[in-house]
Design a protein around this ligand. Structure first.
Ligand code: M6R
Length: 380
């Protein structure tokens, strides 16, 4: 039931605030971010066996499409916050060119449907490789992240995290992406806590921001629904759109481009902003706008100068950025609250989803059932 929404996709975008609230309530409820915080208290509760954490020296993640983009953010968090070397693979590539087997590796398969053929096959192949070893590699275990407790993935792995986003009907993944991201935040906090990879105050700062996320999302989704509906007509005559992001927001640029391609059928590419001068800058002109994520933090000034380079090529630049002195650089603005870089992808994805949604609606396209796509890709 779509309720009062025009499409399932829009309904599912709106549901994200509630999904975040449920997640915070379930996993961060015990976190006491005040002077009462005790050394022994855990900030995050996840129902996962110790086996998943103990002795793990590296992580490899297998996924496709939007699940892979969530995994790239997960890898950023796991490496930069929890200090664990993490690689993300296209499941379809891993199947035919896996890296050499190493001990103490956690393999994570991420699939919202739990039915994606490439992801299941890549995981199965990895399980067979491990079984075939005469000396079983210690601490090599597998974890599934899915939205579907009734799925094939659930039967294939011994450790699972459910993202509890509720069934997603729209072919374009939105709320399950947010659910996957939250799961990675939880996993990162759990690893970081066990390994003391960062200070208690850093951990607490992230947890405090996560607790505020439902409030930010409620406000942002409503505001950007209107803003993006107004912006959509600016994309009538574009030949393509370039999405730029850096660091933890680079995968959001990839996700923005995927969303636009999927439901609007507009050619779109996502790049790490620093890569632009190595080729993609040749695409830019007044008919190829740039959507740029510029979040204060370690690469903010770099992204701003990348946007200036785009403007110098007469491209219109749309900024997903907090309001500040740099705002005047942008031709159009999708403002976001100023939060830490760590939290930012959970907010910057919202304008990406709503922009592609409104552009597709403006073009009169079937948003929930885009051509040539299925909700679960159960063939290779
Ligand atoms: O069910 P999965 O998460 O394994 O699906 C993977 C992709 O097929 C999926 O994310 C696809 O890219 C979506 N249509 C994206 O919106």
């Amino acid at each position: 039931d779509k309720g009062h929404f025009r499409h399932f996709m829009l309904k599912e975008i709106y549901e994200q605030a509630e999904i975040a609230a449920l997640w915070v309530g379930k996993h961060l409820a015990k976190a006491r971010i005040d002077s009462k915080y005790l050394q022994s208290d855990s900030l995050i509760s996840l129902s996962l066996d110790d086996e998943v954490f103990e002795g793990i020296e590296r992580i490899q993640i297998l996924a496709c499409g939007t699940s892979r983009h969530a995994s790239l953010i997960g890898a950023y968090l796991l490496e930069q916050f929890a200090g664990i070397p993490t690689s993300v693979f296209y499941a379809s590539e891993f199947r035919y060119a896996p890296p050499p087997l190493l001990s103490n590796t956690l393999t994570i398969a991420v699939t919202q449907s739990g039915e994606t053929a490439d992801t299941l096959a890549a995981l199965q192949m990895e399980q067979k490789r491990l079984e075939a070893r005469a000396d079983p590699l210690c601490n090599s275990c597998q974890l599934g992240i899915t939205n579907r407790p009734d799925s094939s993935l659930t039967r294939q792995v011994s450790h699972l995290l459910y993202i509890s986003a509720g069934i997603e009907i729209g072919v374009a993944a939105t709320k399950t992406f947010l659910g996957q991201l939250l799961t990675f935040y939880g996993l990162t906090l759990a690893f970081a806590e066990r390994r003391n990879s960062c200070s208690k105050s850093e951990l607490r700062a992230l947890v405090t921001e996560l607790q505020e996320l439902p409030y930010y999302l409620r406000k942002l989704i409503k505001e950007h629904d209107e803003l993006c509906a107004n912006l959509a007509e600016n994309f009538d005559d574009v030949r393509g759109v370039v999405f730029l992001g850096r660091g933890i927001n680079y995968p959001i640029a990839l996700e923005g481009a995927l969303k636009l391609k999927e439901i609007s059928y507009i050619q779109a590419e996502g790049y790490p902003a620093g890569e632009m001068k190595h080729g993609p800058i040749a695409l830019l002109d007044p008919e190829v706008p740039v959507v740029s994520i510029a979040v204060p933090g370690r690469v903010f000034s770099k992204v701003i100068s990348n946007c200036q380079e785009a403007k110098a090529r007469d491209a219109k630049v749309i900024g997903i950025t907090p309001i500040g002195p740099e705002t005047k650089l942008f031709d159009m603005l999708l403002p976001i609250p100023e939060v830490s870089e760590w939290l930012s992808p959970l907010l910057t994805v919202i304008p990406m989803q709503l922009l592609s949604y409104h552009i597709a609606c403006h073009r009169g396209l079937d948003v929930d059932q885009p051509r040539n796509l299925a909700k679960s890709v159960t063939v290779e």
